[in-house]
Structures are given as structure tokens and as C-alpha cells.
Design a protein around this ligand. Structure first.
Ligand code: NOJ
Length: 561
């Protein structure tokens, strides 16, 4: 859906829909979603009212980490399509006014990447090894890893290789799975390679890049031991190094060289930066840096008014939602419905227990996720919606162990649940062997979806929800329509630069209330008791039915004021 023409880059108030391609729509019946599947569902995305889609990796990959292990940065995995198919997707999406953002994975590649294979075949100290972080081990015969760094997915962040002559040799660094060797960003050849990759996709009319692990890349050259391990997300020997910002200045120059004008216009890049505190995020928000970095505060916040308000204010003080888009979910954290039901904030690799479908607390989780959606979509700036959020999908907690594919599950020996539960292929129809996920037919019918869908999945399907005015999907569609047309919403009015984009209003404990000009009030009740609604002329939209000027628990409203 084209953004209302205002005098600013499209991405500043865009609604971007995250597509996890393997789980979105399967056009050829092999049980794996593909690019043609995404193309076939563009009318759905257009009706939903999104401005852009972010495609998580669709590149050739051995799938050690769901495609975040890239073996060729300039091609499409044959299971998902072809480069020509990507171009067709971009062109078809443009016809609906939808832009396509691609995922750039610069911290690591796949162990199957030709450069890494060449590094394995070459000698220690060779230019081939210098593309990655190889080092001799410690201890007798170098049998211990070079330092104490731990993988995000459990265990040591180092794997020992067998040298071409057959003897045990050096170690290579992988902050994630052993199938994901880290690039050596101190080598200019790595920089030059990624510049080519960036230009390759922008040249194919990608509207921007989502940058994976944008706080990683540069490592302390001394490889010093650390006292805290990766999930702390604090500045350390491997996270948030100052050298990153020079790199992002260079990338910004490349992005800005694609002049606005012809669709898709100005290009964006949004960094995936996990941080321990907003202060750590601050350097990424420099004017000359990446156009955008995710604001993960709403993902991290619990369903609690004080937590939510703090989450909104924490980054807002440094940058608006135009620079730091809002998100309540993605493919790395448990689904909002289940999280809010359990009273949790979301964190990647979180393994806290979550309710099952049928558990009474899931009803509250549904109400809260609806209200959270209205909160996010009322905030100034841009927001990202993860596929299935608009259907209110719960986390699939009952996946059998043998079906789970997340390396976090495997490497932890099953102690970490992993992220498969938010990646189950979408239900499009209420019945059928794959609930409409697979449409094409191979000989003998469809292959089963790559992750099993639960029996109750059809209840959440697009087909079930589309005609129901009370459904999750109808709420998202109504909110996105209003957001596009209401002058106070999105980025807000440019008319008077002195007008604040949002103003908090005093409200009862356990509630949130803010206004935006002209004439918009947001109110939410995160408590257990019904409270009066703020003064208003009329209810524009409510996350659940409201009557008589009262705001029930776990409900949010958009008001005309
Ligand atoms: C962040 C991605 O979102 C996640 O899915 C992946 O496992 C890691 N980065 C490593 O690439």
C-alpha cells in the first residue's frame, strides 16, 4: 500500500511485514515456503495494508540456522526459487506499492561458503584463512580453544579444524553455530566483498537491508577472554565495538547514492542491534550511521503499564520511531500472545514455560496482544509486524523434539526450547493437510510442511478470520487503514515542527494514555479492573468491545478527541 505522499523518506513511518519465507506460503508442494508463494500472497499483504516486506534469508544455505548460514550471498536457494523469481517478486510487489527489504548477514557465513572451504583447504596464515578468524589453540598441542568465548547457541564459540595434512590444527570462531564461521572484519577484502553484495541487491531494486547481528562483526584483535557471555549484549570483546560506526557510515553513503525518485526510492537499512541498555544503542543512532536500528524495548517489556511506558520512553528520548522502528515480535522470540499470557517479556532464546492452547491464561494473552498491537501502531514512526502476528498465532509449544530444527535446541541438548515454535508454517485455510500453506501439487500430493502444524491451526487461519469483524486479522486491517489515513498517526503531521509527536496524559494506575495531534487519543488498561475512558468524541477502534465510556482490563482504544 503506497505511503501517503509526505515530504520524507517512505521508511520513516512504514509498516514493514516480516516474511519468514520457508513458513509463509509454499507454491510447489515440497513443504517449504518459497518466493513464488510470497508472490501469490501479495494481494493478501496489500489488503492488510503494509508498505514493505522484509524477507529473512532466502539464499542458498545448508540450514544450520534457518538460512542465517549463507553459502552464496548473491543467489536464491533453489528450494525457494531463482534470481529471476526474486526480480518478479520485486516487480509484482511494486505493482501493489509494496517494497522488498532483504536480509544481509555480515557477521558470519555458512561453513559451505566457497571462501570458507578455501580457507579450510589453505595453510594457517594464508590470505584465505585471513578472511575468517582462525587462531591456534591454547594448552598442550593447542587442544584448548583460543579463549573462553561462548556461542549464542551454547557451547564454545570455537571449532578445531583438521589441517589439510590430516593433523589437528587451528580453531575458527563462530559466535553462533559451528556451521556459521565469523568473517574477519579487520580484513579489507571482507569489506570489499560485502560492498559488492550490498550493491548487488540494491541494484535489483531491494528497498533496503535488514542487517543481522549489526552489533557483532568486529572482534577484539587480542581475542581477550570475557567475563560475561554473549547474551549479556553489553559492549565487549565481540559486541558493540567502536569500529562498527565507521563501517556503517560507509554503508550509509552507498545507500544514499540510490537517489530517491523511481520506486522503490530512498533505500533504508535497519540494524538488528541487541543491547543491554538504551545507552549502548545510542552510537548506532548517529545521523550519519544506518538509517534505522530496531527499538527492541517493546519486545522486552512485560504486559505491565510501567514497563511499557518505560519501554516507550527509553529510546524515544534519543530517537523517534522513524529512526528506531517498533516491534513486538519476530522470528527469534516467543509469540506475543503466549508471552503476554505468561506475563513475560521476550528475549531471544528464552525458555521460560509458555501456556498451551486451551489453557485459560491464553485468552488474556490474546486480549493483551490485540491491545499491544494498537499500542505499537499508534506510536510515532515505523513498525514491523512478524508474519502471523496479525492472526494472533500463539507459540506452538507442543512441537515434538524430533521436529525441532533450531541449533539452540540441538546445541543445548534440549534445555533451550529454541525458536521453532514461532516459525510454524502459516495457516491460510481452516482445513486441509497443510491448512493451505502448500498450494502446488507434486506427484502424489503435498509433502508435509517442514515444521508440523498443530491440529488447532485452522482455527487461526486467514480463511477463518477474514470475514469475522471481531477477528485479530480484522483488527490489524482496520488499524492499518486508520493509521494510513489519520493525520496524527504514522510519522505524524509535518505542518508544525514545534508540535510534539506524542504527549503522555495523566491516567489511572495500570493504564497508559497519550495524545497525538490533531485529535487523537490512545488509552490502554493493563490492569485487572475496569476504568473510565478518557474524554473523547468517538471511539475510532477498540482492541475488544467497549461500552459506556468504560475501558475493560487488557483493552486498548483509539479515540477521536
Ligand atoms: C539474528 C537472526 O534473527 C537469528 O535468527 C539468527 O539465528 C542470528 N541472528 C544469527 O544469524
Amino acid at each position: 500500500m503506497a505511503t501517503v505522499s509526505r515530504n520524507h523518506p517512505w521508511w520513516q513511518d512504514a509498516i514493514v511485514y516480516e516474511v519468514y519465507p520457508r513458513s509463509f506460503a509454499d507454491s510447489d508442494g515440497d513443504g517449504i515456503g518459497d518466493l513464488a508463494g510470497v508472490r501469490s500472497r501479495l494481494p493478501y499483504l496489500s489488503e492488510l495494508g503494509v508498505d514493505a516486506i522484509w524477507m529473512t534469508p532466502f539464499y542458498p544455505s545448508p540450514l544450520a540456522d534457518g538460512g542465517y548460514d549463507v553459502s552464496d550471498y548473491r543467489d536464491v536457494d533453489p528450494r525457494l526459487g531463482t534470481l529471476a523469481g526474486f526480480d518478479e517478486l520485486v516487480a509484482d510487489a511494486a505493482g501493489y506499492g509494496i517494497r522488498v527489504i532483504v536480509d544481509l548477514v555480515p557477521n558470519h557465513c555458512s561453513a559451505e561458503h566457497p571462501y570458507f572451504r578455501a580457507a579450510l583447504a589453505a595453510a594457517p596464515g594464508s590470505p584465505e584463512r585471513e578472511m575468517f578468524i582462525f587462531h591456534d589453540g591454547r594448552g598442550r598441542d593447542g587442544a584448548e580453544p583460543p579463549n573462553n568465548w561462548q556461542s549464542v547457541f551454547h557451547g564454545a564459540a570455537w571449532t578445531r579444524v583438521t589441517e589439510p595434512g590430516g593433523r589437528p590444527g587451528q580453531w575458527y570462531l563462530h559466535l553462533f553455530d559451528r556451521g556459521q564461521p565469523d568473517w574477519n572484519w579487520r580484513n579489507p577484502a571482507v569489506n570489499a566483498y560485502f560492498e559488492e553484495v550490498i550493491r548487488f541487491w540494491l541494484g535489483r531494486r531491494a528497498a533496503g537491508l535488514r542487517i543481522d547481528v549489526a552489533h557483532g562483526l568486529f572482534k577484539d584483535p587480542g581475542l581477550a577472554d570475557v567475563t560475561e557471555q554473549p547474551l549479556a549484549h553489553r559492549p565487549s570483546a565481540y559486541y558493540h565495538r567502536a569500529e562498527l560506526h565507521e563501517l556503517y557510515r560507509l554503508w550509509r553513503v552507498i545507500l544514499d547514492s540510490y537517489v530517491p525518485g523511481e520506486f522503490p526510492g530512498a533505500r533504508t537499512a535497519v540494524g538488528e542491534v541487541w543491547y543491554d541498555s538504551p545507552a549502548t544503542l545510542m552510537p548506532y543512532l548517529a545521523e550519519t550511521g544506518l538509517p534505522q536500528v530496531f527499538n527492541f524495548q517493546l519486545i522486552l517489556a512485560r504486559w505491565d503499564a510501567a514497563d511499557m511506558r518505560q519501554a516507550i520512553e527509553a529510546v524515544e528520548g534519543m530517537a523517534g520511531g522513524d529512526r528506531a522502528p517498533w516491534v513486538i515480535g519476530n522470528h527469534d522470540v516467543p509469540r506475543p500472545v503466549s508471552r503476554y499470557a505468561a506475563g513475560l517479556g521476550g528475549a531471544p532464546n528464552d525458555s521460560a514455560p509458555l501456556p498451551r492452547v486451551g489453557d485459560p491464561e491464553l485468552r488474556a494473552g490474546m486480549r493483551r496482544a490485540r491491545a499491544a498491537a494498537l499500542l505499537m501502531l499508534a506510536l510515532p514512526g515505523s513498525a514491523y509486524i512478524y508474519q502471523g502476528e496479525e492472526l494472533g498465532l500463539p507459540e506452538v509449544v507442543e512441537l515434538p523434539d524430533e521436529a525441532r530444527q533450531d541449533p539452540a535446541f540441538r546445541r543445548s541438548g534440549g534445555t533451550a526450547r529454541g525458536r521453532d515454535g514461532c516459525r510454524v508454517p502459516l495457516p491460510w485455510t481452516s482445513t486441509g493437510s497443510s491448512f493451505g500453506f502448500s498450494t502446488g501439487n507434486r506427484q502424489g500430493g503435498h509433502a508435509a510442511p517442514w515444521l508440523p502444524q498443530p491440529g488447532y491451526w485452522g482455527h487461526y487461519s486467514v480463511a477463518t478470520q477474514i470475514g469475522d469483524p471481531g477477528s485479530f486479522l480484522s483488527l490489524y486491517r482496520a488499524a492499518l487503514t486508520l493509521r494510513r489515513t489519520h493525520p496524527a498517526l504514522g510519522r505524524g503531521s509535518d505542518d508544525d515542527p514545534g508540535t510534539p509527536l506524542m504527549t503522555w496524559q495523566d491516567s489511572a494506575p495500570r493504564t497508559l494514555c497519550f495524545t497525538r495531534e490533531p485529535g487523537f487519543t490512545f488509552a490502554a488498561n493493563l490492569g485487572q479492573a475496569t476504568v473510565p475512558m478518557p474524554p473523547h468524541a468517538r471511539v475510532l477502534l477498540a482492541s475488544d468491545p467497549v461500552t459506556d465510556g468504560k475501558l475493560p482490563p487488557d483493552t486498548a482504544v483509539w479515540l477521536a478527541s
